[in-house]
Design a protein around this ligand. Sequence first.
Ligand code: FES
Length: 399
Amino acid sequence: MNPATGKPPFWLLAELTYRCPLHCAFCSNPVDYARHGAELDTAAWKRVLGEARALGAVQLGFSGGEPLLRDDLEALVAHARSLGFYTNLITSGVGLTAARARALKDAGLDHVQLSFQDSTRELNDFISSTRTFDMKSRVAALIKEAGFPMVLNCVMHRFNLPHVGRIVDMAERMGADFLELANTQYYGWAWHNRAALMPTVDELRDAEAIVVAHRERLASVGHAMKILWVSPDYADAKPKPCMSGWGAVFLVVAPDGVALPCHSARMLPGLQFPNLRETSVRDAWFDSAAFNAYRGDAWMNDTCGSCDERHADHGGCRCQAFLLAGDAAATDPACRKSAHRGRVDALLDAAAAAAVERTREAPLRFVPGAATGGGLVFRGDAASLALSAPSNALQAATP
Ligand code: FES
């Protein structure tokens, strides 16, 4: 065991499937997800949940893809409940009927996180490349009727940042207990679409000011809804404490059973991630070379290793370091101390230059079945296979 941590995972994210009816341009699933179609069966998931709980994991997220596409979801929730997990369903809402909401409640599900892509039908449907806005609105009501605490999650980017006030109003109207406004992280699909998604620093600051004003308004009237603004580290020039440190708190299990320290890590070269079909959760977490590769601070270079912030930011994000610097062990280029910070600044400069051109853009329009639109590639099986073909393999790239 690596002496850097004797602690078990606290959070288990069970990605039950990569299948998803939505085609979001910022999807956090790996770009090559279509090459990893295998899924653990019910018995294997129950074993994984049991092993993780025995190790000490407490919080459990059922995610995907769309976890409601698994017809054993209720059985897995009931099993998790019997083990003593606090359970959260992370869903697009597709497939959540009143009957299913009741069944999940009866199985012991504690919490639901519902994604919206925007407060307007036009943009929600465009960016997910599906006609889902009205369905999501109905599902939000079902979640409340079933008595679940509800988080609304909205990934923010340059298309919907100007709508942030209306997104807050929508969440309030729907009775959300919590609104998570998560600025886009540029991995996977969002990395491919970064030129189209990235806002200017001014657009981010304007939106944040609106969020702060709404927080103050809600507090002044004693409203219980909380708003989380997940800051974009590119613009902050400060690395985020990604996953609270590599192999420190989060265990992600991909649909095919591969254990990962974060959603994106399987793209990192040179790391062999253990598969829980063959390896126990304990061995994967404590003893595998991949989970120990960036655990603690022994792996850090001089810049990170001598930094006073290293125990707060854990050296930032390894996936971002790989994508921007070509080296997963490099200082996160979001950090102003990184020798590669210029690459992030170049992306922000490009976003500012692109903003000047925007007045000439055609309005965004959802086109059923479209693989691209508005300068974006939508997530889908054909795009996944094409983008992850050997000649297009996801790799570090300079802006
Ligand atoms: Fe992989 Fe940050 S997303 S370490």
